[in-house]
Design a protein around this ligand. Structure first.
Ligand code: SIN
Length: 543
């Protein structure tokens, strides 16, 4: 018998959004963070470039808004863009107050760089390790707060709602509310048991889902858990067709997901074909600093045209000392792999990088389910529209952690929306040990290759339909295994990856136009008259 553990607020995920929210709530509520590996093993930790905000007197809020709207290709929510951009300087100040050491020039003011789609220098950074600097500083603060309890190696399986209890494992709460969250079932990976966490407020801060694709800049943990859980619980999910491919992931057999920051191009790096030709001037007036969708598509086009395996990012014209000082992570990693940035260009390919869609939320992170909030990459707030402007996402994470904290405090002040429910234990039913665990690996590989082959940068109806049929088959097999076998982290993540892949394909099939990150050769034009709106999906009630 496992008893549930009780908190006011359960935060799932420990990246910039989850940790910032926990710190905002410290001392005002009992808070648990569950995180599936260690506290610092997050997508945030891998962010290189930085965090965008208007910090230079020569820059303006209007310019940052305009750049965000242009990148978003007509789908950004104007109100959201305004509130996030306006909150930028305060968000940076908060991070600095929490101990994040951002780079400063000799005068003491923050050093700012440029990235694609930005009309001004507005990216604050800590060399090319901005995410790591944020992660370490916030984690230190979290450890210093006795009233934030951190559960490492705890992987959330599913949200607990009344409707779910009536349907799945953990049956038997008569009369529980259908449409409010009651907590989450969480796999204690080391203890090998499922722990019910009871909480009237659950906040998903689970990050992205780059592992849906074969090539990604994301770490292994990026399996879309929050989106899949929210979807299964009946929350609205939107704009999943807009998966951002970063133009420059290192192409090397030993380093499959190493990002070459866009800041390299911000500081003068030039993309070239294998024959040395700088190709971006023939695609966009901003050349190498065009918005990401345009650069990624240009590279895709060059690779298809030439049959080459990669293109090259050339920084050999920049001073060697500057490269080592400004990009110590990229410089050092490339050097270890035998690539000397000072004398040779870096081989790069586009790779899945950022999920612009996600769980649909309002301006305080509230989802369509009572008590369930979501913040950070797993959400669709309206900030990114059809294409995220570089370095707007760390900013969004900090700003929405502030806004969600306000909502959480207001909800707690109202008292529980529902009478107290005893959350039942997980019901293992007739589950047994899997006879062939390797099948999980095969299914995972199948999903990632079919997503890369059929649902990449350039799409067609035929390929999307193929992907849909294959994913349905895989999903049914995975569902059988889910009920038949004891749960393992691999099986839980596989189920989530498959669900997220299906959502990407379903949204892509709905949108009959090309816009931002969704480019279809069947509908090559943008069709504002019919498609200038979000693609909103909701699970059929008893799928
Ligand atoms: C980068 O450093 O290029 C990544 C920045 C981002 O994706 O926002």
């Amino acid at each position: 018998m496992t008893h549930s553990v009780n908190f006011d607020v359960l935060i799932v995920g420990s990246g910039v959004a989850g940790m910032s929210l926990a710190l905002n709530l410290a001392g005002r509520a009992s808070v648990a963070i569950v995180t599936k590996r260690s506290l610092c093993d997050t997508n945030t930790r891998h962010a290189q470039g930085g965090i965008a905000a208007v910090l230079d007197p020569a820059d303006s809020f209007d310019a940052h808004k305009a750049d965000t709207l242009v990148a978003g290709a007509g789908l950004c929510a104007q109100e959201v863009v305004e509130l996030v951009v306006a909150a930028g300087p305060a968000a940076i100040e908060k991070l600095v107050d929490r101990g994040v050491a951002l780079d400063r020039g000799s005068s003491g003011s923050l050093e700012l760089t440029r990235e694609g789609g930005h009309s001004a220098r507005r990216i604050a950074h800590a060399h090319d390790l901005t995410g790591a600097a944020i992660q370490e500083a916030l984690a230190q603060q979290i450890r210093d707060h006795a009233d934030i309890e951190v559960f490492e190696d705890h992987l959330a399986i599913d949200l607990i709602t009344g409707a779910r209890l009536a349907r799945g494992r953990g049956r038997g709460v008569a009369g529980s509310p259908d449409d409010a969250v009651l907590g989450a079932y969480v796999l204690d990976v080391k203890g090998n048991r499922v722990v019910p966490f009871a909480a009237p407020i659950v906040v998903l801060a689970t990050g992205g889902a780059g592992k849906v694709y074969r090539y990604t800049t994301n770490p292994d943990i990026a399996t879309g858990d929050g989106v899949a859980m929210a979807w299964r619980a009946g929350a609205r999910v939107s704009n999943m067709e807009f998966f951002q491919f970063h133009p420059t992931c290192l192409y090397h057999p030993k380093e499959k997901s190493f990002l070459i920051s866009e800041a390299c191009r911000g500081e003068g790096g030039i993309l070239r074909t294998a024959s040395g030709q700088a190709f971006m001037p023939s695609y966009h007036a901003l050349k190498d600093l065009a918005p990401r969708d345009i650069v990624a598509r240009a590279i895709d086009n060059e690779l298809k045209r030439s049959g080459d395996e990669c293109v090259f990012l050339d920084m050999t014209h920049l001073p060697g000392d500057f490269l080592a000082e400004r990009f110590p992570n990229i410089y050092g990693t490339c050097k270890e792999l035998g690539i000397d940035l000072r004398s040779e260009p870096i081989p790069v390919v586009p790779a899945a990088h950022y999920m612009c869609g996600g769980v649909q939320v309002d301006t305080e992170g509230q989802t369509s389910i009572r008590g369930l909030l979501a913040i950070g990459e797993c959400t669709c707030t309206g900030l990114h529209g059809a294409n995220r402007l570089a370095s707007n996402s760390l900013l969004e994470g900090v700003v929405y952690a502030d806004r969600a904290a306000r909502r959480v405090i207001a909800l707690l002040a109202q008292g529980p929306a529902e009478p107290h429910f005893e959350v039942p234990d997980w019901d293992t039913g007739d589950a047994r040990n899997p006879d062939e665990a390797v099948v999980i690996h095969h299914s995972w590989e199948e999903i990632r290759s079919l997503m890369s082959n059929y649902v990449g940068i350039v799409r067609t109806n035929r390929r999307l339909q193929r992907a849909k049929r294959r994913l349905e088959l895989l999903y049914n097999e995975i569902r059988e295994d889910y009920w038949r076998f004891y749960l393992s982290p691999d099986l839980i993540e596989l189920r989530n990856i498959c669900m997220v892949a299906r959502l990407v394909v379903d949204c892509a099939l709905v949108r009959q136009e090309s816009r931002g990150l969704h480019y279809s050769t069947d509908y090559p034009e943008t069709d504002d008259a019919n498609w200038r709106h979000d693609t909103v999906m909701r699970r059929p009630r008893f799928e």
